[in-house]
Design a protein around this ligand. Structure first.
Ligand SMILES: [Zn+2]
Length: 306
């Protein structure tokens, strides 16, 4: 009896020990399984976040229009016009400006060259001007006024798509704001040049766009003490350029399209390099086909200022 009771006692103790060991392992197993599932869950969460992000990127790309990608895809600097047209028609504005200063209107590489320039746009006439240029496969350089860009922002892209060049012609074009006693106010010029460059970038939806080309409102010869502005332009790698031919559409009394054409022919004379000044005006638009045909018949090749 004594022995059996002892054995029973012993078995009870052994059972309890085994029970606790078993329980210990069960707890360990439970904790490991719990940990495994938690980690797995987290991985899946991370995966699904990643998937969401890539879906978002896909959606953003779907929203970008092809023309926006065209300007930005290489993330390279775009200077003056669409690179494709720069290659085909671009001429260095620094060189052409120097040639004008020296009143050297001789051919370039043996060819008669015309640079058509249209000032004070963009405007409601821009697209009609572009249409006439396109019909003859001729590019031009547009000197844009910042305040006009705000009003006709979409026309800037149209000029770019046409293969024409975009130049800076200040933001306000307001003589009394830009000049005092016929001398430029440097600080006002600095601000207006930067603002206009930024407005062109914004209109093109391309932060990589820059232009080297500047024209002073009224032309640089109309003013005194312009050296500070020229020094600033040099500092920011821009060139100021005037003209050596015009149709007089912004001078004196109103002139109809025939009168503008006659003035233009007389002004071109026997020059073999022409930088012509015209404005975005209805009478100029009307005379434009005759002006272009006249230059084409005289054997001019058309280029853009870059
Ligand atoms: Zn102007």
């Amino acid at each position: 009896m004594k022995v059996t009771r002892r054995r029973k006692k012993f078995n009870k103790k052994k059972g309890l020990v085994l029970f606790f060991i078993g329980l210990f392992f069960l707890i360990i197993m439970f904790l490991s399984i719990k940990d495994f599932f938690e980690k797995n869950n987290q991985n899946q969460l991370e995966k699904s976040t990643f998937l969401n992000e890539s879906d978002q990127i896909k959606q953003t790309i779907a929203l970008i229009k092809p023309e926006m990608l065209k300007n930005n895809e290489k993330n390279e600097k775009v200077v003056g016009a669409d690179p494709e047209f720069v290659k085909k028609y671009g001429a260095d504005v620094f060189e052409i400006s120097k040639k004008l200063e020296q009143q050297d209107y001789s051919p370039i590489d043996g060819k008669r060259i015309a640079f058509l320039t249209f000032d004070d746009g963009p405007s409601k006439y821009t697209e009609d001007i572009l249409k006439i240029l396109k019909q003859r496969d001729v590019p031009a350089t547009f000197f844009l006024v910042g305040n006009q860009i705000t009003e006709y922002e979409d026309k800037v892209q149209k000029i770019y798509e046409n293969g024409s060049a975009l130049g800076n012609h200040t933001c306000s074009h307001n003589f009394s704001k830009l000049f005092k006693n016929k001398s430029p106010n440097l600080e006002v010029f600095k601000k207006e040049i930067v603002d206009t460059n930024n407005l062109i970038k914004k209109a093109l939806k391309n932060d990589n766009f820059t232009t080297n080309v500047f024209r002073m409102p009224g032309g640089s010869k109309s003013w005194r003490n312009t050296s500070d502005v020229f020094d600033y332009l040099k500092e920011i790698k821009m060139a100021s350029i005037d003209w050596n031919a015009l149709n007089s559409d912004a001078e004196g009394r109103y002139k109809n399209s025939n009168e503008l054409f006659e003035r233009f022919k007389a002004s071109v004379g026997d020059k073999e390099m022409v930088v012509s000044l015209m404005h975005e005006k209805p009478s100029t638009l009307e005379s434009l086909p005759k002006v272009l045909d006249f230059l084409l018949e005289k054997g001019f090749t058309f280029k853009i200022l870059i």
